[in-house]
Design a protein around this ligand. Structure first.
Ligand code: FPP
Length: 244
């Protein structure tokens, strides 16, 4: 099945890949360009990684596209990112339909501008029956905010008697996160060298294999992704247990 990727073991690919796409600004700065050019080039890298994941048969790709903290960037940069996102959704719809990709958004979607929200709703609706891959965009997303929201939801249910506090399990917690029903990421990649989680999927990455590369996001491509997948396949995942 993976004839184009002879070095990869098709039976041992991550089902869920999550990516912290960092370094657009530095990519632009290095070229004396406006930061927005970096985000534009970063969007091209998004297109390429979505295609590669679909080709490989990866079931879920979660991309950290905009964090709750990113609202504090200059207005012009926030507006440019929102515009890029809207254009991306418009331009990719046809390909998502052809390739059977479902789009989903996680985060405080209600904070997004009306036009972006509408485009998101439209794309999610159009792709809702696509099953070959889930493209999850984290938008106005923060891991702590997600946990606070989960605690509120579970507390309300406990208060009105729907949930017994003593019977709350980690699977009940997972079911109250934006990622409910999705398996946790097997692989977390961060570009541009910083070794931090930056408030991304705090609960869900408990046992993810983490790879950090110095490559800036706009330069991140298929070859490097395949190299990381090879590295992933060489790791032994023990989930806190001893070797079998
Ligand atoms: C980090 O680079 C990147 C972001 C804050 C946004 C990521 C957005 C894109 C890749 C483009 C739009 C997304 C989609 C899904 C179409 P940075 O600006 O923090 O870079 P720096 O750390 O070098 O300044």
């Amino acid at each position: 099945m993976l004839s184009a990727y002879p070095d990869l073991d098709a039976a041992n690919l991550p089902a869920h890949v999550a990516i912290i796409m960092d370094g657009n600004g530095r990519w632009a700065k290095k070229r004396l360009l406006n930061r927005i050019k970096g985000h534009e080039q970063g969007t091209e890298a998004v297109r390429s990684i979505v295609r590669t994941c679909r080709e490989l048969g990866i079931s879920i790709l979660t991309l950290y596209a905009f964090s709750t903290e990113n609202w504090q960037r200059p207005k012009t940069e926030v507006a440019a990112l929102m515009n890029l996102l809207k254009r991306f959704l418009e331009s990719e719809l046809e390909e998502m339909m052809n390739k059977d990709i479902r789009l989903n958004a996680i985060g405080e979607i209600e904070r997004l501008p009306e036009d972006v929200r509408q485009m998101l709703q439209k794309t999610m609706k159009s792709t809702e029956n696509n099953n070959s891959m889930l493209l999850n965009l984290a938008l106005s997303y923060g891991g702590r905010a997600e946990i606070v929201r989960m605690v509120r939801e579970i507390s309300k249910k406990a208060k009105n008697g729907e949930i017994d506090p003593d019977s709350i399990t980690s699977s009940i917690v997972s079911d109250h996160l934006y990622t409910r029903g999705m398996q946790d990421p097997d692989l977390l990649i961060r570009t541009s060298g910083e070794i931090r989680i930056s408030n991304f999927l705090l609960w869900q990455v408990a046992y993810s294999e983490i790879f950090v590369t110095d490559t800036l996001w706009p330069d991140f491509g298929k070859d490097e992704f395949v190299r990381i997948l090879k590295g992933y396949q060489q790791r032994e995942r023990r989930f806190g247990k001893v070797e079998a």
